[in-house]
Design a protein. Structure first.
Ligand code: CA
Length: 537
């Protein structure tokens, strides 16, 4: 790995010290350097302490993560009515919370989800592609967010889509969650080969159909507690073209009950709710079929997802838990274009499977009544890896693993401090308006690019193939390595159409210095590859 590093070819490699030495807080060898902003941190700590004083406990966390919903699908990100799928609940959350325009996932599902769980980039936790059809995951040696929060007495639940591996050591009930209700894999794995429209050659061939049925991957919606793994131990219901329609409704009911039950508990909680929607193929439940203006299955299900989130929000509101619950709504990657028109929307270049902005920039809304300023919008960089250290810091968990590199940074200051510029809804200093210095984009085991401030510099990307694919998308493209690198200014050029590296040479030493720091971390903490293949998710 790491043969494709951004040394740009134009400017010689830099060890980092010459350009950025002293500008960034290198506070621990195994931790990602950060923009400190001490005044933000102090403000955040004071807010958290005041809340704990009032409630007598640590905050709850709700992660509501959609599947394959693009940056542009919600109304508050320019979609909604434009897409024929209004999203009033997500829009309200953004209007009363913090809307992130630069929230970054990984190019596909499982790498993103494992990054949330571990605070580490895929090249460190090793899940580079989604484990499919019973493939093991890679969480067995990882320390997860729920495991850490349990040290602080949290109740933990994982609901819905997991997709970090089906081996006993990687399933949620054995990686820190007190209970799991959902499926281990990804939607299409349960339905595609049962659908006569997509797979008549399997549906109508008893031999092949039976062969798929015999394949060793779990085909069920399951309910499991820690230690339970074998089929007789776990409650389950087979997923087929009928039962798939109601999965999200069942999971919503489970999560709503959990929220209501926890209102009277002394325990703080983590609820990780991963929806089935809107991954292909979408089969809306009967009461949402045709509910969207667009009338397409993706859009009907997006309307359903918005409605489900609204139910969970109301449950928090009605039980008086909004003031003590940090909510994140996001999606795990950009649009899957190979399944068009059952797919989402991004205004950016590229799609799921790529490291272009379209593949990894996702909608991000944080909400916390009384704690996060309402109506704020920020382009501050936020990476999924930041969730683990940020939530742990809020929960008072200080002992993060020392024997491995943590890519996430503590973003408490960015999220909670009052940093809206006078008379505006945005932060005063956009280029450095979070605690994160850079976002590192990896294309499987190749370093692809880096974003710093408005700039994104690539050495390796995916080019789409237009001739030999049914629908052009990120998984059907090919990898290209640029001779001199390409540099885009994302404010001037969100679609990354105009590389102008040659006119911005002065920025390249900065970009390459930060990338050199990142590269250096792999000397002591080498990369790890657990799952790698040509997969979906
Ligand atoms: Ca996904």
């Amino acid at each position: 790995m790491a043969e494709h590093w951004i040394d740009s070819g134009i400017i010689p490699p830099d060890d980092g010290e010459r350009v950025i030495g002293g500008m960034i807080d290198n506070y621990a060898e195994n931790r990602e350097p950060r923009m400190l902003h001490p005044e933000w941190l102090q403000a955040a700590e004071e807010k958290l302490a005041a809340l704990e004083e009032k409630t007598g406990r640590k905050p709850n966390f709700l992660i509501f993560i959609l599947d394959d919903v693009g940056w542009g699908d919600f109304g508050c990100f320019g979609g909604g009515h434009l897409r024929g799928a209004p999203t009033p609940n997500f829009d309200r959350l953004a209007a009363e919370g913090l809307r992130l325009t630069s929230c970054y996932s990984q190019p596909s599902c499982s790498p993103s989800r494992a990054t949330i769980m571990t605070g580490r980039l895929p090249i460190r936790h090793g899940i580079l592609t989604p484990p499919m059809y019973g493939q093991p995951g890679g969480l067995q040696d990882e320390v997860t967010l729920p495991e850490l929060l349990k040290q602080a007495g949290y109740a933990t639940r994982a609901v819905g889509k997991w997709h970090c591996g089906e081996n006993a050591e990687s399933v949620p009930q054995n990686k820190g969650f007190d209970e799991f209700y959902g499926f281990y894999g990804v939607s299409d794995m349960y339905t595609e080969w049962r659908d006569n429209y997509f797979y008549p050659e399997i549906v109508n061939d008893p031999f092949i159909f039976q062969a798929v049925m015999k394949m060793q991957f779990n085909k069920h919606n399951i309910l499991a507690k820690p230690g339970q793994f074998d089929v007789p131990e776990i409650e389950q219901e087979e997923i087929d073209l009928d039962t798939v329609k109601d999965l999200d409704e069942k999971w919503a009911a489970y999560s709503e009950k959990f929220i209501r039950d926890m209102a009277d508990s002394d325990q703080p909680w983590l609820l990780y709710h991963g929806t089935r929607g809107c991954h292909f193929d979408n089969y809306p439940p009967d009461n949402f079929k045709g509910k969207s203006r667009a009338k397409y299955p993706f859009h009907d299900v997006l309307v359903e997802m918005d409605d489900i989130f609204g139910r969970l929000f109301r449950a928090l509101e009605e039980t008086g838990q909004l003031e003590n619950t940090l909510i994140l709504v996001t999606s795990d990657n950009g649009p899957e274009m190979e399944s068009w028109p059952d797919s989402s929307y991004t205004p950016f270049r590229g799609s799921k499977g790529t490291t272009w902005e379209g593949g990894i920039r996702v909608p991000g809304i944080f909400y916390w009544k009384g704690m996060i300023e309402g109506g704020r919008v920020s382009d501050g960089l936020f990476d999924f890896s930041d969730l683990m250290p940020t939530f742990c810091a809020m929960a008072g968990v200080e002992d993060l693993p020392q024997d491995r590199y943590i890519d996430g940074v503590d973003q408490r200051g960015f999220l909670l401090a009052s940093i809206v510029a006078e008379g505006t809804y945005w932060a005063a200093d956009p280029a450095w308006s979070s605690n994160r210095v850079a976002v590192y984009a990896w294309l499987l085991d190749k370093f692809s690019g880096i974003r710093v401030g408005p700039y994104k510099l690539y050495s390796v990307t995916t080019e789409m193939d237009y001739r030999d694919t049914v629908n052009t998308g990120g998984f059907s493209g090919h990898t290209v390595e640029y001779t001199y690198g390409k540099l885009f200014n994302l404010f001037l050029d969100p679609k990354e159409d105009h590389s102008f590296a040659i006119r911005k040479l002065v920025t390249l030493p900065i970009m390459s210095a930060i990338s050199a720091q990142h590269r250096k971390t792999f000397e002591k903490y080498p990369p790890r590859i657990q799952v790698k293949g040509a997969q979906s998710g």
